[in-house]
Write a protein that binds this ligand. Structure first.
Ligand SMILES: Cc1cc2nc3c(=O)[nH]c(=O)nc-3n(C[C@H](O)[C@H](O)[C@H](O)COP(=O)(O)OP(=O)(O)OC[C@H]3O[C@@H](n4cnc5c(N)ncnc54)[C@H](O)[C@@H]3O)c2cc1C
Length: 346
């Protein structure tokens, strides 16, 4: 069993930014980057996309994979020890915290490592619908992030579709209306789940249209390598009538699943499963456990916001360790999440 002052779990922009700060502060961090943890390659969600055009410092854009390789190199350059294993279990009940990896996690196995502070940066996954054609046209017309992908040329002045009935769907549709010729929101039921304010704004938007009682059943497109989607098969949930519509973009707004399995039942989560952090900080309900990136952010979910919160987590972990690991729980019963839900203007 090996002991470290601080361990980072995750491998996206949040984890690597935390590792860069911690290693430059000479805290010898260990980063577990996972081995297809939570179904995603080491490097996180950006490894599943092509061009990232909104990360500062890359005026011509940068490949998602390339950006994560650069971050990984930067973590290593300052002395982060990166271990390509998935943390399968963690015990946060007392310090030092104990953790096991997938390869050393039997009933009698000693923990693989202990640590005085832990940064949880395990990210989230956008939910998919597994439609026929989804695998073929993923990132060639299909996306789960309008803010990330909406501005790319393939969507300009083209008919676009959004699936979902909540605030995110409404927000994504109105954002996409800047680019597409029209935006149609498909809603399975006969009403929107979105807040009243958002629903009214969406329904009044001149370029947005909502089709209730309608689901997508197939994505259709060009039959060539890297071909783009061109049509969508949709179906009425009332009479099963099918239709094929022109569609050059399909955006899923059906929710995200934060990767909380490791800490569920040990740190406070909100009603959607995100780790609750004290607003503006990375403090969780357990002193010495910090969270950053998408696993604690249901609002912005961007590479740059994950990186920013990784910096915050590292600085707070550094202070915690410098003070000898003495700290009261920072997260009280009331969470930022409750405020967010009741304030659609945020
Ligand atoms: C297709 C797509 C395109 C996107 N495009 C953009 C874009 O253009 N611009 C932008 O700003 N944002 C974009 N995003 C969003 C961005 O990728 C995320 O906001 C960001 O990656 C979140 O970073 P994170 O640090 O929270 O971790 P993530 O990127 O979610 O990565 C976390 C990783 O941690 C590892 N991990 C999880 N559990 C464990 C464990 N138990 N042990 C060890 N390792 C573990 C896994 O490898 C996991 O993938 C996109 C997202 C997707 C899905």
């Amino acid at each position: 069993m090996v002991h470290s002052q601080v361990v980072v779990i995750g491998s996206g922009p949040g984890a690597h930014t935390a590792a860069i700060y911690l290693s430059r502060a000479e805290l010898s961090p260990v980063l577990y980057e996972g081995m297809l943890a939570n179904g995603t390659a080491a490097g996180g969600q950006l490894t599943t996309t092509t061009d990232v055009e909104n990360f500062p410092g890359f005026p011509d854009g940068v490949g998602g994979q390339e950006l994560m390789e650069k971050m990984r190199k930067q973590s290593e350059r300052f002395g982060t020890e990166i271990i390509t294993e998935t943390i399968s279990r963690i015990d946060l009940s007392q310090r030092p915290f104990k953790m096991w990896t997938e390869w050393s996690d039997g009933p009698n196995d000693a923990p693989a490592r202990t640590a005085d502070a832990v940064i949880i940066a395990t990210g989230a996954n956008a939910r998919r619908l597994n439609l026929p054609g989804e695998e073929t046209y993923w990132q060639n017309g299909i996306s789960a992030c309008a803010v990330c992908d909406g501005a790319v040329p393939i969507f300009r002045n083209k008919p676009l579709y959004v699936i979902g009935g909540g605030d995110s769907a409404a927000e994504e549709a109105m954002f996409l209306a800047k680019y597409g010729s029209s935006v149609t929101v498909l809603v399975r039921k006969d009403k929107l789940r979105a807040s009243k304010v958002m629903a009214e704004r969406l329904l009044a938007h001149p370029k947005c249209n909502v089709r209730f009682n309608t689901v997508a059943t197939e994505v259709i497109g060009e039959n060539r390598p890297n071909g783009l989607m061109t049509h969508l098969r949709i179906k009425s949930t009332i009479d099963d009538k099918e239709e094929i519509v022109d569609a050059n973009g399909l955006f899923y707004a059906v929710g995200h699943d934060p990767a909380n399995a490791l800490v569920k039942g040990q740190v406070k989560l909100d009603e959607d499963g995100y780790i609750v952090t004290q607003p503006g900080t990375s403090f969780t309900s357990v002193p010495g456990v910090f969270a950053c990136g998408d696993v604690q952010d249901k609002r912005y979910r961007q590479a740059i916001t994950s990186a920013g919160s990784g910096c915050v987590a590292a600085l707070e972990a550094e202070k915690f360790l410098a003070e000898g690991g003495h700290s009261e729980p920072k997260v009280e019963v009331e969470s930022g999440a409750a405020e967010y839900k009741s304030n659609p203007a945020l």
